[in-house]
Design a protein. Structure first.
Length: 103
């Protein structure tokens, strides 16, 4: 169904990209939870984050002659940082400013 070159040059880099987005997003949320004092969930998120990272980096190291994997890895990191910021905005765990004006 799929040729080897399609798998090697398109599918694997796409999966690396998606895995890095998940990995970095989880890491961003984990750090935010730690700074907000929600420390119970952080070890579990750290476990998932590192598990995804190990699988992803092993795929990159498995095929060092494919530069598309490098680009997918780096682009996934950048995209994951952005997605992590979006998730943080949605969770509203960051700092909020409230102004109270009295007479």
């Amino acid at each position: 169904m799929f040729s080897l070159s399609f798998f090697e040059w398109v599918l694997v880099p796409f999966l690396i990209f998606c895995a890095r987005i998940c990995d970095v997003t989880i890491g961003t949320v984990k750090v935010i939870l730690i700074t907000k004092g929600m420390r119970r969930l952080s070890p579990f998120l750290g476990f998932i984050e590192v598990l995804i990272w190990i699988v992803t980096i092993s795929k990159v190291m498995e095929n060092l002659n494919n530069p598309v994997n490098y680009v997918a890895y780096a682009a996934g990191f950048a995209s994951g940082t952005y997605v992590g910021m979006l998730v943080e905005d949605r969770l509203a765990l960051g700092t909020a400013m409230v102004r109270v004006i009295t007479r």
